[in-house]
Design a protein around this ligand. Sequence first.
Ligand SMILES: *Cc1c(COP(=O)(O)O)cnc(C)c1O
Length: 379
Amino acid sequence: MKIATKFIHAGAEPDPSTGAIMTPIFQTSTYVQSAPGVNKGFEYARSQNPTRKALEEAYAIIENAKHGLAFSSGVAATDTVLKLLQPGDEVIAASDMYGGTYRLFTKVYEKFGIRFIYVNMDNLDNIKAVITPKSKLIWAETPTNPLMNIVDIKGVAAIAKANNILLCVDNTFASPYLQNPMDLGADIVMHSATKYLGGHSDVVQGALMMNDDNLREQLYFIQKSCGAVPGPMDCFLVIRGIKTLHVRMQRHCENGRKIAHFLRQHPKVDKVFWCGFEDHPGYAVAKAQMRDFGGMMSFELKDKSKEATLKVLSSTHLFSLAESLGGVESLINHPATMTHASIPREERIKNGLNDGLIRLSVGIEDADDLMEDLKNAIG
Ligand SMILES: *Cc1c(COP(=O)(O)O)cnc(C)c1O
């Protein structure tokens, strides 16, 4: 089935009691049993909810996976994967990734005796170099946030498989429209559904997708035991969001391409980080593993002063200054003080994330209006 049909029909069955074409919002905490243990597969809403079930089926389908699980946020999904580990285990993670993931790793899990080794995943040899018998999980993100570096998922998956290490790919930035890590050998795909899947900046949610039945059982056990489950209304919003993902992504990509080129030729702009440029170091891999290049990018001005950077950040009208990404409306962000503030400055700068970096989540407004807005702000 082609992607557009899949996104619209994923997990959708008419409601058996009414024929409602949209899965109802089952706003209930429990389910009546006719005798102890005699029920319709639903006992208590932390463990099962029909709206969540429909979404979890959709999650599996859109990532070409066998199973999907929904969580109350993206970080709750990540947290669930980490709970598969034991003290002493080692995680190999990208040195350039979402700040909240870095914070969860360093501030929450290190104290439980899990070790995190950060490497630049552009070069696969860097991963091979740090593997030990204790390596249990590789955490990859591509394109990376906010520098848009590309990780070769197939290459990392081969290393993970050869060494019996679990590979989890955070696919939030690309969305399943652009890239399907399961097809490239990942064991688990993670999403912040808050972003492109929801798509309308009105819900916080996370997802995990996997093929292995045993892995699904372990993750489901943690989901119900730890309880970071989304409510039915939030599940409904993501089900609705997924139905237009392909249409929105098409426009995000179109606008992204125009704006990346506009910025690149602007006399006051120094570097533009967008993986669709042919001279981007990850271009060949991106072209092979992604269907298009998306609407996420970042840039630096030639004038690196704080004043010049802050002026752009506070002068746009259509690009709203806010954290988050992937919604229909365009956002502008200052990673150094906003999304990535939890990463120590030296660490940040070592990885190329400078104080002057500006990140854009290009929305689906008219591209000419967006360019005009940036032109006026950059001056
Ligand atoms: C937002 C985000 C997360 C965290 O998801 P929440 O829904 O905010 O908890 C994880 N990874 C990436 C790449 C993100 O952008």
